[in-house]
Design a protein around this ligand. Structure first.
Ligand code: GLN
Ligand code: ZN
Length: 761
């Protein structure tokens, strides 16, 4: 008999209950006890949701982040919060967000604001975790209370509980040493605490523990590989069974290592590493469980159950009771329940599966394996019909789009002349001063904008009324920019709810869920658009807005677009064709928009690629392939314009080491990046590479309410000019100003423009 289990369940709640409860608590509108009760209620509901599985995860719930939970379980609190006297949950929020709640702020110095822990992306997902902090003297002490409480709850809910923890090597691997010490040196201090935690589980009568070691899918040097051996040889003697879970990629050269570790079972992501399943089945000693992640935990498509059974059935025959099946990874990365969707098109809906539906698929697979396909004939035939409908639907397949994408060649992405030849033509037209000033695009999302948007959404404001309200906001931002004396203006993006959704809504081949929320970090969720079909652009998307904005000023107005790679990386994408193909289709659609803007007289066009770097694969060996099609897609989008048209791109980061050649290869005339916090040192990558085109290093940290002074901006730009020739420098903020207030933006940009004038002098 195969065993079914789950690696983790989305904790935010089908209606984002956790988000609202957290935010209410942080604002001081509800009590800590109410928040804790809501947590318990969600856990109970989620276990009910997972009924019918043989083994269910416990400890996958987190009020903010599972890695931060682990830090608290291991007693690894940053020194700056160690003296806190209040409730541990408040201290946890202090590390997560720099303070616990409004109420706690009033206690003064002892428990007021502290620096928040650094946040970074969880492998190649859009989930962000709080980075564990280490120093040479970091010590660990066990606090099993969270896990013991949840185990007790699970028991009383009648759940066959499998505690989930992050393994010791991945825990160290995810963290950061705040001094020069090596993280691995902490392993001997860490292992006894893990040992004690496993003993606690054993004392609670736990049989299996899921110990997550996704670091095994990345490139590990011998010292890290050895750490796995040391760790699991040390933990081997404990009285619980360990299921070592890997996910998000292939084990490759770590496969033999993973199979040889003295644990009781190994989980492999069969979506990303199907080939390795058979190899692991061969390599694992005969008493080990092999868990295969047969259902994609990262996308929203139905699984082709017949196809899955084709390879699962022989495996089940070979392994018998030793085969476990599960989603490929925690379901944290998908929305909870398709049944909540009221507006999705029925045909498209029939192709989708959210977390709950994925667990149903898992149960069908198990029945087919245990009792034969006939026992679930109806489910299998319904699934086959849905798969076939998607495979052949004219909604998905547009021959004209496929033909255009197939015809892409290098010439499509090449500009007529090199930068050195087109730059003088651009400056002859744009006539900009040295150190030209601009912004990244968006201006504050005012209460008026939000009000008009929600009125429009609920039908109280008609289309014309909404357009008029947005035009008024655009006019306001143009007037403000003129008064500030900026050189290249932006329309402010008032009409855009979101930089990806806005375009998705206007492209064919996209659809949107109502409640398809996925946790990004803490209480923040995103609702990725669903890219389901071949992409085309029925009509121009931005031209009217931009030409309206241009009509209000004699200064150049930037056309503002989101690039294909960013649209792709922030969507749920198709699994029936490579990402590169979807990206090429997006590139062709946005290219048409670029050309329409140019035709309408727009002289500067910015194509944001905020998410280009975050799409980098986990392993460096795969970077080139990704960068090749990502850069090609950008080039297709951008480079069909005349020499005289100036192309900008923007990226929300500044760490370009390792990818600078690809950035240069995009061949944008101007790139604006985030640099204000790094004191311009991150421009070294551009300097060392002799980056040939123009750069706008951000001088205003838009994530902070602080107003940068004119002197500070001058200083930053002088540092920039030590690295990049002054004639190729622009002066601009780090990113869009959407989240700031006009009261902050005006003084900050006033100082920025004054700084540019000083520099010209
Ligand atoms: N043009 C966008 C804005 O200004 C860019 C946002 C981003 O880079 N994330 O809001
Ligand atoms: Zn940005």
């Amino acid at each position: 008999m195969v065993t079914t289990h789950n690696l983790g369940f989305p904790r935010i709640g089908a209606k984002r209950e956790l988000k609202f409860a957290l935010e209410s608590y942080w604002k001081g509108l509800s009590s800590r006890d109410e928040l804790k009760a809501l947590g318990a209620q969600l856990r109970r509901r989620h276990w009910e949701n997972q009924q019918g599985l043989d083994v269910v995860p416990v400890g996958d719930f987190a009020f903010y982040d599972q890695v931060l939970d682990m830090s608290f379980t291991l007693g690894n609190l940053p020194e700056r919060v160690q003296g806190f006297h209040g409730d541990a949950l408040d201290n946890y929020f202090r590390v997560a967000r720099g303070r616990s709640a409004q109420a706690a702020e009033e206690h003064g110095a002892c428990c007021g604001g502290v620096a928040a822990g650094e946040m970074t992306k969880w492998f190649d997902t859009n989930y962000h975790y709080i980075v564990p902090e280490f120093t040479a003297s970091t010590g660990f002490t066990l606090d099993p209370s969270r896990l013991v409480t949840q185990l007790t709850e699970a028991r009383s809910a009648g759940v066959n509980a499998k505690p989930v923890i992050i393994g010791p090597v991945t825990y160290l691997w995810l963290g950061k040493a705040k001094d020069d010490s090596g993280r691995l040196a902490l392993l001997p201090k860490l292992l006894p605490v893990y040992g004690a935690l496993l003993d606690t589980f054993a004392a609670q009568g736990v049989e299996w523990v899921q110990i997550d070691e996704p670091a095994l899918v990345s490139e590990l040097d011998p010292a890290w590989q050895q750490a796995f051996v040391t760790a699991y040889e040390t933990l081997e003697t404990r009285r619980v069974k360990l299921l070592l879970a890997t996910y998000f990629g292939q084990l490759q050269d770590n496969l033999a290592l993973a199979c040889s570790l003295p644990v009781d079972g190994l989980h492999i992501d069969a979506i990303n590493a199907r080939d390795e399943v058979a190899k692991a089945a061969q390599a694992l000693p005969a008493d080990r469980v092999l868990s295969v992640g047969a259902i994609n935990g990262r996308n929203i498509w139905k699984t082709d159950l017949d196809a899955a059974l084709e390879w699962l059935e022989p495996l089940a025959k070979m392994l018998g009771d030793r085969l476990w099946i599960a989603p490929s990874c925690s379901l944290l990365h998908v929305p909870v329940d398709l049944a909540s969707e009221q507006k999705l098109d029925a045909e498209i809906r029939s192709w989708l599966a959210f977390a709950l539906q994925k667990l149903d698929e898992l149960k069908v697979l198990a029945s087919a394996l245990n009792q034969g396909r006939a026992s679930v004939a109806a489910e299998l035939s319904a699934n086959a019909a849905a798969i076939e409908s998607r495979r052949t639907s004219p909604r998905v397949h547009n021959p004209a789009v496929k033909a255009a994408a197939a015809k892409i060649d290098a010439a499509l992405g090449r500009r007529a002349s090199v930068y050195g030849q087109r730059a003088p033509k651009q400056s002859a037209i744009l006539n900009l001063p040295a150190y030209p000033t601009t912004t990244i695009g968006s201006f504050p999302q005012t209460a008026e904008i939000r009000h008009a948007r929600s009125e429009h959404k609920r039908g109280a404001l008609d289309h014309a009324g909404y357009q008029a309200a947005m035009r008024k906001e655009i006019e306001r931002s143009v007037r403000e920019q003129e008064a500030l004396g900026l050189d290249v203006l932006a329309h402010g993006e008032a009409e855009r709810n979101d930089m990806v959704e806005y375009f998705g809504e206007q492209l064919d081949g996209y659809t949107f869920s109502q409640l398809g929320w996925v946790q990004s970090y803490g209480s923040r969720c995103v609702k990725p658009p669903i890219l389901f079909g071949d992409i085309s652009r029925p009509k121009a998307m931005t031209v009217e807005w931009i030409t309206y904005a241009q009509s209000l000023t004699a200064k150049p107005m930037k056309g503002m677009l989101t690039g294909p790679v960013t649209i792709l990386n922030w969507s749920f994408v198709r699994d029936d064709q490579p990402r590169s193909v979807s990206c090429h289709q997006l590139a062709l659609a946005i290219r048409d928009e670029v050309l329409d803007l140019e035709k309408a007289g727009v002289r500067v066009i910015q194509i944001d690629e905020a998410a280009l770097r975050e799409g980098l694969p986990l392993r460096r060996a795969q970077w080139n392939d990704y960068l090749q099609w990502a850069v090609e897609s950008f080039r297709i989008t951008a480079n069909g314009v005349r020499d005289e048209t100036q192309i900008h791109t923007h990226m929300c980061y500044s760490e370009f080491n390792g990818i600078i050649a690809s950035i240069a290869d995009m061949d944008a005339d101007v790139i604006t990046i985030e640099t204000s916090r790094s004191d311009m040192e991150l421009l070294d990558a551009f300097d060392n590479f002799k980056y040939p085109n123009e750069i706008g290093p951000g001088v205003y940290d838009i994530h902070s309410p602080n107003i940068p002074s004119q002197e500070h901006i001058v200083q930053l730009m002088k540092k920039a000019a030590e690295r990049i020739p002054a004639e190729r420098l622009w002066v601009n903020p780090d990113c869009g100003l959407k989240t700031r207030q006009w009261e902050e933006v005006i003084p900050a940009l006033t100082n920025m423009v004054a700084a540019a004038k000083t520099l010209r002098g």
